[in-house]
Design a protein around this ligand. Structure first.
Ligand code: URA
Length: 248
């Protein structure tokens, strides 16, 4: 297993954070300093990993929280500007990592986990977990042409968006399901069709729904929900492999 992956799944840091720890020489394997983030460890062979001289043992119990992010809260684990972070909404000793990002003014479902490796996997483009947003937009009513454009893919400055599922819930309210996770994607898509977003809420992440979780509240995912999430990741990965080989 890659050393960075081992450290992330042991809850020591996010995958990127673990790579940085390795690069800066803080990690040893079997007593020898390792600075290559691509290094591997074989725990079966008895490799002992330490961070700053302290042994890092296997994974702690994995916990995943669903949080209803309020507006004005950032979705990074730490904020250099000292703003409220989504992680601070869940009190306790665990070091938690947000799964992906929501803009500061976007509300709704975000997952937090102590498993940095899981957080990495769930946001990796290869897994393309579908995310559903409810958007209140300017200049209603939204016409069929705009809906078709959103569904088919709109040209943004970082490329055309993949097909999206889009439903009109009211003259100025849309529900969009996208598989990509580009920055400000829903806002940019809606801007492109002439309907800037006024309010954005994420109502689903893969098979998980926001439901009636109150703003600022959190709950632990059940074993059944974790299983459903793992299934959705496996399905999304298989789907993206198939699409890749079709276009190869
Ligand atoms: N798309 C956006 O534009 N913003 C978000 O926060 C999430 C998706």
């Amino acid at each position: 297993m890659r050393l960075a992956k081992f450290l992330a799944s042991a809850g020591v840091a996010s995958r990127r954070g673990a790579e940085q720890l390795i690069r800066t020489g803080r990690v040893t394997v079997g007593g020898a300093r390792v600075t290559d983030p691509a290094a591997t460890v074989s725990l079966d062979a008895g490799d002992r990993v330490a961070l700053d001289g302290k042994p890092v043992t296997g994974s702690p119990t994995r916990v995943v929280y669903a949080v209803n992010k309020p507006p004005g809260v950032v979705s990074t684990a730490r904020d250099p500007q000292g703003r409220h972070t989504v992680v601070s909404l869940v009190p306790g000793e665990l070091r938690l990592y947000p799964v992906g990002r929501l803009d500061i003014d976007t509300t709704g479902l975000i997952l937090l986990t102590n498993d940095g490796e899981l957080a990495h996997r769930l946001t990796h483009p290869r897994f393309e977990v579908p995310k559903t947003y409810r958007a209140t937009v300017a200049h209603p009513p939204v016409k069929d042409a705009a809906l078709s454009a959103l569904r088919g893919g709109v040209p943004l400055d970082d490329g055309v968006t993949a097909p999206a599922r889009v439903r009109l819930l009211g003259p100025g309210t849309l529900e969009l399901t996208i598989h990509e996770g580009r920055k400000r994607q829903v806002k940019r898509m809606c801007d492109h069709v002439g309907h800037p977003v006024r309010r954005l809420e994420r109502v689903a992440f893969g098979p998980l729904r926001l439901g009636d979780l109150k703003s600022g509240a959190h709950r632990v995912l059940t074993a059944g929900e974790l299983e459903a999430l793992a299934d959705a990741t496996a399905r999304a990965s298989a789907g993206s492999e198939a699409r890749r080989s079709e276009t190869a």
